[in-house]
Ligand binder design. Structure first.
Ligand SMILES: [Zn+2]
Length: 458
């Protein structure tokens, strides 16, 4: 008798960003992930809407990993009244120390830029949140290791399990003692070049699974071979290899692959630059979290050894006028902002150069346009011609593909009563839902934004 667990989908429903799920157990309310929406304007505008439930009514946040589409709204949540704990793994907390202040900094810069362009008659544009808000959110973080039971709020117990993907990334299992729900979080690939495999899912009555690549399979080409070819032919042309990578996660995978290729003499000796302060910090973290990735200490050292770190804005500006051949790894991964935009003016029009896209490109981003063959990009109000070669390197993706998602689900010790498919564009989510129904024989649905489901026992 009594209440049943309920899940409300407040974001990442039929879209890849804005992960926010409300779990209610009687009067206890827990938010799983608290992300920013990214990509097309219609989604980004959602970041400015009031949070769908009063932040002060939430007892705790359980955070699966540090990527901002899962964590980036936390500063606003705390500013607007959330006063509970934010639970995550130690590496997620360490990465959030880098990512949240940086996200706030970008918000402040955007507001400053908008105010400069606008007539002074308008109200000043305000940042979505400030660096002070980010600091106050970080003060609420509480860490717990994977595989440890903890109680985020009264009447609810939870446990993280490793999800691969990036340092600290976890699936989150929650129970009220009667029924249970598992959130996959973002799942990494099996046999990733740097991260360990995701752990099999624990038994749960309801599984909420991501579907970023729910309708796609990664090419099975070895990323070493692909990158060796790209770097070698671009160097021969005298061009620049520009690799926009997610600063946390894929930048380190790229560095590791390049280091291996250098050691094996498979690419020419080229100046190589890591132009992202955030990626530099995230790379340091690899030394401290050896249990979570596949690299030995000497491999982490090697990945940093052949690379010049570009820290200051002045150094970054100087780099954008340097001529090839060279390799530049920079952020952001979907070309939505950051230092990569300045490199585009130099690299995109140059037919000798190559832009390598190693990660997922959300709808409405410049990265998606490039992957789809755009011959021109809009950057800082200017049209930039694209003559450079564009290469998609999806075998280096930090996300499981459709077959890997199904394999992960299948490895649960007992079938759930239902699955909710989230964190994918509508077509990807629907394709995975259909495969779960037909290949696993489980009930599955794609929730719409705002939907609530009741968790039935198996
Ligand atoms: Zn992620």
């Amino acid at each position: 008798m009594g209440h049943k667990l309920e899940i409300s989908f407040l974001g990442a429903a039929e879209t890849v960003t804005g992960s926010r799920f409300l779990v209610q157990a009687g009067s206890t309310r827990i938010l799983v992930d608290c992300g920013l929406f990214q990509g097309v304007k219609r989604l980004r505008e959602k970041n400015w809407e009031p949070f769908p439930v009063a932040p002060s009514s939430l007892d705790a946040v359980v955070l699966t990993h540090a990527h901002v589409d899962h964590s980036g709204y936390l500063p606003a949540l705390v500013r607007d009244g959330f006063a509970g704990d934010i639970w995550c793994t130690p590496s997620t907390a360490a990465l959030a120390q880098i990512l949240l202040p940086d996200t706030a900094h970008i918000q402040e810069e955007d507001a400053r830029y908008a105010n400069k362009r606008r007539s002074t008659k308008h109200d000043p544009a305000l940042p979505l949140f400030t660096q002070d808000d980010a600091q106050r959110a970080l003060e609420r973080f509480r860490t717990v290791d994977v595989d440890r039971l903890f109680s985020p709020a009264s009447g609810v117990e939870a446990r993280f399990s490793p999800a691969g993907h990036i340092l600290g990334a976890a699936s989150a299992w929650l129970t009220d003692g009667r029924s249970s729900v598992l959130f996959s979080g973002d799942l990494g690939r099996t046999n990733d070049v740097v991260m360990r495999d995701p752990a099999p899912p624990p038994a749960a009555d309801h599984i909420v699974v991501e579907s970023t690549y729910g309708n796609r399979l990664h090419s099975d080409g070895d990323p070493h071979d692909l990158l060796a070819d790209v770097v070698t032919r671009t160097a021969r042309r005298g061009g620049i290899v520009l690799i926009p990578a997610f600063a946390v996660g894929r930048a380190q995978a790229i560095l590791h692959v390049l280091a291996t290729l250098r050691r094996e003499g498979r690419i020419p000796e080229l100046p190589t630059f890591l132009n992202s302060p955030m990626a530099i910090h995230a790379t340091e973290l690899f030394l401290r979290s050896s249990g979570e990735h596949r690299l030995a200490r000497h491999e982490v050292a090697e990945m940093r050894a052949g690379v010049e770190l570009v820290r200051t804005v002045e150094e970054s500006i100087a780099l954008t006028s340097r001529r090839g051949p060279m390799v530049v790894i920079t952020a952001s991964g979907m070309l939505t902002g950051g230092r990569v935009l300045h490199h585009l003016f130099q690299v995109a029009p140059d037919h000798r150069s190559t832009i390598v896209l190693p990660g997922f490109q959300a709808a409405g981003t410049r990265g998606e346009s490039l992957a789809n063959g755009a011959r021109s990009l809009r950057v800082f109000g200017e049209d930039v011609d694209v003559n450079a070669e564009v290469v998609t390197l999806d075998s280096l993706s930090a996300h499981a593909d459709a077959d890997e998602l199904l394999t992960w689900l299948r490895s649960t010790p007992s079938r759930p009563s239902a699955v909710s498919v989230v964190h994918g564009e509508a077509s990807a989510a629907d394709r995975l839902r259909s495969r779960i129904e037909h290949e696993l024989g489980w009930a599955a649905r794609v929730p719409a934004m705002g939907d609530t489901v009741v968790v039935d026992r198996r």
